[in-house]
Design a protein around this ligand. Sequence first.
Ligand code: 5GP
Ligand code: ZN
Length: 136
Amino acid sequence: MRKDDCIFCKIANGEILSKTLHEDEKFRVILDLGPATRGHALILPKDHASNLYELPDDIAANVLILARNMASQMTQKLNCDGFNLVQNNGKAAGQTVNHFHMHLIPRYLSDGQNINWISSEPSAKELEEVKRQITE
Ligand code: 5GP
Ligand code: ZN
């Protein structure tokens, strides 16, 4: 279903024009307006889901297949050196648009981007605790 006040619903359903790389019954893939690198694109489901937690099974199952196909095509056509898939949920994780989307980010050896994190060094006890918290 489309949500009236959602900009990505409007883009995904063609009410707002975008640079579309792919469209099918369930998804539209568009170029990001503020790209991290050349070719940075977004996979948008046409039906509104705010985030990963709300994603229906069929969309969840199909989104990675589409991401793989787009990554293959884009890698071949753009001749990039690597590829990041990024998917943010919640403000703390950097989500700014509350309509599920997956970032397709072509990487180039000289792109100067840094889509990484600072590693920590938890003790074995801390790792055991977090494992128990998640699994029990
Ligand atoms: P988030 O931070 O929510 O994971 O990613 C939102 C992304 O959407 C950002 O990379 C931003 O540049 C992009 N974006 C925001 N508004 C628009 C828009 O109207 N059109 C397009 N093509 N991209 C947008
Ligand atoms: Zn939406």
